[in-house]
Design a protein around this ligand. Structure first.
Ligand code: ADP
Length: 499
């Protein structure tokens, strides 16, 4: 049961994955962008229509009400509501606009109600009070669909004494009553409903159109990306061919350019890996071939003297030593190829470290009567991986001894500023030809293969050294003059900073 649920949910989630796709998002955006304006337009137009229709209706009724109020005042209707003509006019107004007219006197008593139910009753409302102060008003109640209008009934009387010819009489306006008219807006609302229905149909049509368009657009817009994916898919199996058919967009062009760049780097890496493997196999095979030749030649002869056996066996032992040195160097190189995170960093007394390196190498130097000199400008303590840096500096000193003449020297100089410490390993040996300088840090590179082999070189020492120094975020450079000597300069930060 549980697994059934799980697979069911997994299925749903895998179905919903399309929500994450750019295609779906483009589709959705176009729908929203296409649909929202139609929605705004629909409500905007309807609202506008309603406002305009209501204000027209209000103005119309207000004009009629003003004329009627004038009639009421002139005919003294508030005192005598029996005037048939005025009653007919009031009735006409209320039927015309499907509404009700209330006429009130100064005491807020309804003297006339076209509905005939509130006559004689006192009606006090905010609007009526305001109207008595001379402020007519109109209010639209959109929920109950009516407009309420108040109009003052004003009597104009002349003030002052006799008025001579050519003089304008002074008049005074007195509000003697109020007309309260409410008219229905049902027909406006019916119009709005009809309009809304039409708008909805149009909106639905537009929605269908927008969905169709966005579906097509999302497919068309995504095509270049599909092209990129399939082009990358074709390249995946081999790094041989780059993608040259650049698709339509600048963005996809950038992807292709970046991809080709990665491809190029992978190609270089692959080539260097292949070269490395073939170099390693070659280097490992050489001692084995020598051993095989030595053993075969012994086996091919009868009655071999014991001295020859011993001589050949010594040679075979030398080859075994060489083989194991190559393997050891390869292992060190692999260790140094890792990232800086593998460093075992601690504060190390560099002076002591160099002294112990020189002490260890002294017996080898003595064989050629080579002087090992240590010049320390100051005491240096730095955050380093002691094992790895010892190996790196040992290699440099060993090279200084190996590629030197009898009675030569190897000088190690240590100095530091506030940021870096520097170690210089200088010898007065055979030097390095100019054209070889750029290659000496390559794996298995040796300037003079036969000489290097004779003195036990594998061509891996400097590659190991360089990697160890780079792991410490340091730098190494070399100055050399053939026949005069070589100086390696190493510069490493005093404190190790994690990136
Ligand atoms: P190897 O194991 O052959 O010494 P390295 O990587 O240590 O390999 O050095 C590469 C080559 O650089 C050496 O074979 C040698 O020809 C040259 N080289 C290195 N150090 C020195 C030096 N101090 N003086 C002269 N040549 C050197």
């Amino acid at each position: 049961m549980k697994t059934l649920f799980k697979t069911f949910f997994e299925k749903i989630i895998s179905r919903l994955r399309f929500v994450k796709s750019l295609r779906f998002r483009i589709f959705l955006i176009i729908i929203v962008v296409g649909y929202v304006p139609t929605l705004i337009m629909r409500y905007g137009i309807l609202q506008n229509y309603e406002n305009r229709a209501v204000s027209l209706r209000t103005a119309e009724v207000e004009t009629q009400a003003k004329i009627l109020a004038n009639h009421l005042a002139v005919n003294n209707y508030l005192q005598n509501t029996n005037s048939d003509t005025i009653n007919a006019e009031l009735l006409q107004l209320s039927t015309l606009y499907d509404g009700r007219v209330l006429v009130m006197d100064q005491n807020f008593v309804a003297v006339k109600d076209t509905y005939g139910i509130s006559e004689g009753k006192t009606i006090i409302s905010e609007e009526v009070i305001k109207c008595f102060k001379g402020k007519s008003s109109s209010n639209y109640d959109s929920n109950n669909h009516y407009i309420e209008i108040t109009t003052p009934i004003t009597l104009t009387t002349e003030v002052g004494g006799e008025v001579s010819v050519g003089q304008v009489a002074e008049t005074e306006n007195q509000t003697i009553g109020v007309m309260l008219i409410s008219v229905s807006t049902d027909n406006i609302n019916t119009n709005i409903q009809v309009l809304d229905e039409k708008a909805q149909t149009l909106q639905l049509l537009m929605m269908l159109l927008v969905i169709g368009l966005s579906w097509v657009a999302s497919r068309v817009l995504m095509k270049p990306f599909d092209k990129v994916t399939s082009a990358i898919g074709e390249v995946r199996d081999g790094f041989e061919s780059e993608i040259s058919d650049v698709p339509d967009y600048e963005e996809t062009e950038h992807i292709i350019v970046a991809f080709n760049e990665v491809l190029k780097r992978m190609k270089i890496l692959d080539e260097s890996r292949q070269e490395f493997v073939s170099n390693v196999s070659h280097e490992l095979k050489t001692p084995l071939t020598s051993m095989k030749v030595l053993a075969d030649s012994l086996n091919a002869q009868d009655n071999v003297p014991i001295e020859l056996y011993q001589e050949f066996m010594l040679d075979i032992a030398d080859e075994i030593d060489r083989e194991s040195k190559i393997i050891n160097d390869l292992l060190s190189l692999v260790k140094m190829d890792k990232t800086s995170a593998d460093l075992n960093v601690e504060a190390v007394d560099i002076n002591k470290m160099i002294e112990s390196i020189l002490k260890r190498l002294k017996p080898i130097a003595d064989q050629k009567d080579i002087d090992l000199i240590f010049e320390s400008v100051r005491d240096v303590t730095a955050e380093i991986d002691e094992v790895k840096l010892t190996l790196a500096i040992s290699n440099l000193v060993e090279n200084g001894i190996k590629y030197n003449r009898e009675h030569g020297y190897v000088k190690v100089r240590l100095d530091a500023d506030h940021q870096f410490f520097t170690i210089q390993v200088e010898d007065n040996g055979i030097g390095i030809p100019e054209e070889s300088i750029e290659h000496i840090f390559e794996r298995f590179y040796r300037v003079d293969k036969s000489h290097s082999k004779k003195i036990g070189g594998t061509g891996l020492g400097l590659a190991i050294t360089r990697n160890a120094i780079l792991m410490h975020r340091g730098a190494i450079k070399v100055d050399s003059e053939p026949d005069n000597g070589t100086t390696f300069s190493v510069k490493i930060p005093l404190t190790y900073a994690l990136k």
